[in-house]
Ligand binder design. Sequence first.
Ligand code: FAD
Length: 447
Amino acid sequence: MGTHAVEQAAAAEQTGAGAAARPDSATRTGLLIIGASQSGVQLAVSLRALGFGEHITLLGDEDHRPYQRPALSKEFLQGTVESESLIFRSNDYWTEHNVALVKGEYIVRIDKDADGSGVAHSSSGKEFPFKRLALTVGARARKLEIDGGDLDGVLYLRNADDALALKARVGDATDVVVIGGGFIGLEAASSLHKMGKNVTVLEFGPRLVGRAVGEETAEYFLRAHRSRGLDIRLGTSARRFLAGDGPVDGRGAVSGVELQDGIVLPAQIVLVGIGVIPNTQLAEDLGLTVDNGIVVDRFALASDGTTVAIGDCANMPNPVPGSTPGERIRLESVNNAIEHAKVAAYSLTGHREEYAGIPWFWSNQADLKLQIAGLCNGYDQTVLRRDEERGKFSVLYYRQGRIIAADCVNAPLDFMAVRNALAKGQNIPAEAAADPATPLKTITTDR
Ligand SMILES: Cc1cc2nc3c(=O)[nH]c(=O)nc-3n(C[C@H](O)[C@H](O)[C@H](O)COP(=O)(O)OP(=O)(O)OC[C@H]3O[C@@H](n4cnc5c(N)ncnc54)[C@H](O)[C@@H]3O)c2cc1C
């Protein structure tokens, strides 16, 4: 692969791999990827695998080398993995593959021409000229705007800095209140409980994990977490956060959470996990269509026909075979970031390949290893498979007699069987699936 000396030097400097000159602003990178995380990294890697010969700039606002987020609420928080193991690729990889990795630059404005080329401007005043643009800007934590929301110790968990801030406070804390009973809230709550903290989870809704899973799975998690020692309160929200004695770093430190009914829970840490908001400002400013994310077609192209947008920030046609025509979806998962990046890489190299495979997701909470295959929206029947003795639990979702998804807890074989069946367009008849002793792969049928 040919490399451009100036850009190589720039990549080396930006990644810290060596000292050299800054990129010449007259040098137009072949592709500017804004957002250096799961989907941006995968896009660069997939493009090189497809033989994309142009220079790539992978730019992000974080000061860290691109890293994997899932461990932030699990192993990294618990201190069972080193931060180095979360890094996607070495500096040498980027240099060898002619990718300039730019850290710590936040893009505030983009000027773009009809042919897809343009210049991105960062908050520090730098310019990044490009031939093509990819938006992999992800999503940010939704803020809880109540009294005391800016107190020291009221935290969020979206990126490495958030995780470091949380870890730094854990040692001195006895009581933690987690606001939000979604995946991130439950993962972090489980980790903090394992670390010896008294953890209370407040969930505003009537059940855990919102609409991402069906009622049986939500109920299973509620009971499982309670039996493992988490204090979970449904239908409850915080009215305000209370400050303790004296300011810390110019602000007060949180000491408790007052609930809507006036009850006060002690808390030296409040972790808010109430969902994310896709980062769409740049796309809106560019005049791209935005609707719960940057609207893209089946080939990951935004409404201007040249910019690609993928991962957590993108709203795409539902890729599941057999889904309602015209249905759109925005997914927040590692698997989606990877598969969507592959679609975009094909687009950028002049191919037309649609999303391959079936969306899947995992979430590890204490000893509960949840794997979800497919999307359960619109199901009209469920089949429960429960093996109390082995701690296995699966819910299979059906629409008009056909399997569309499964939630599997500590049941990887069920998960694999459903994922494979969905990928091959096969069915797993509901009547036969109810017996947990029957391996699902043995009862899979062709259409
Ligand atoms: C704590 C945690 C645990 C998770 N656990 C799981 C799990 O168990 N399983 C799973 O499947 N998924 C999990 N996820 C979700 C998964 O990590 C995301 O779906 C994935 O990271 C999405 O990748 P992305 O590249 O689309 O977006 P992001 O990872 O959000 O990356 C976007 C990047 O763009 C940067 N950026 C945004 N705007 C700008 C700008 N204007 N200029 C420069 N840079 C910008 C952001 O700072 C960020 O670095 C978890 C996420 C978190 C936070």
